[in-house]
Design a protein around this ligand. Structure first.
Ligand code: AMP
Ligand code: ZN
Length: 111
């Protein structure tokens, strides 16, 4: 499997981990776009949001249940959650992930 996030999950590539449980991992982004920029990633390989379905959506609920825990651990008050779905939306790593951005007052606009 050539997927970079699968390699991070199985320990082949090092990462700066902030949270891990049996279903998900959260790591600091290599190229942060805000003072705090974390990626929340399911361990199960789902390529993008367009591939979420009835059989695999439980992990997405789990991600959203753990984001407040991760945010508290990072000392974030407010934060922005972003998902880029497919290349035309700017997705560069084809393994589902949610960007968690904060640590400063963010602008009103998403992009
Ligand atoms: P996206 O463009 O939405 O697919 O986001 C992919 C993100 O993964 C980008 O913000 C990259 O900076 C980040 N990224 C790529 N490789 C790594 C890595 N090895 N460790 C941490 N973050 C990474
Ligand atoms: Zn993967």
């Amino acid at each position: 499997m050539s997927c970079i996030f699968c390699k991070i999950i199985n320990g082949e590539i090092p990462s700066n981990k902030v949270y891990e449980d049996e279903k998900i991992i959260a790591i600091h982004d290599l190229n942060p776009q805000a003072p705090t920029h974390v990626l929340v990633i399911p361990k199960m390989h789902i390529a993008c949001a367009d591939d979420i379905n009835d059989d695999n959506c439980e992990v997405v609920g789990h991600i959203f249940a753990k984001i407040p825990v991760i945010a508290e651990k990072l000392g974030l008050d407010g934060y922005r959650i972003i998902n880029n779905c497919k290349e035309s939306a700017g997705q560069t790593v084809m393994h589902l992930h949610f960007h968690l951005l904060g640590g400063k007052t963010l602008g009103e606009k998403i992009v």
